[in-house]
Design a protein. Sequence first.
Length: 141
Amino acid sequence: MNFMNRFAEKHPKAAEWIRKGGLFLIFSWAVTALKAVMLMFLPGLFHSFVGDTEWLFPGIPVELFGVGFKLSIIGNALEVGADRAYLVNSGLAFTLANLTAIFFGECINFPLQRNVTFKSHGPLAPQLGLHFLATIAVFLV
């Protein structure tokens, strides 16, 4: 710890960036782990409501190299297999589980990063709006 204190005295900007980078990674990994845990049970929960429903948008049928599939930006196709357990992690149920995990993860991640990591005191509405747009853009890409 003495080394870090000496380093912070000599290089305050670098020490600040190391602190911010470390907190950013810790919070991001923790939220990712939480979302992974949510994705263990949410597809089964949603499957009990929506069943075996395929939902794709736009769901354009395409054939590439002799393999047919449906091109989609959002949604998951139903997996075809002998074991019905695989159907829980596909279709509308899995799409809803993903969207729910992303939503709750960002509801936790945004305030932590804004208030703790970067100690931002700027206007909340524009920051929240830009974060929301960036989350949608990353999801779609």
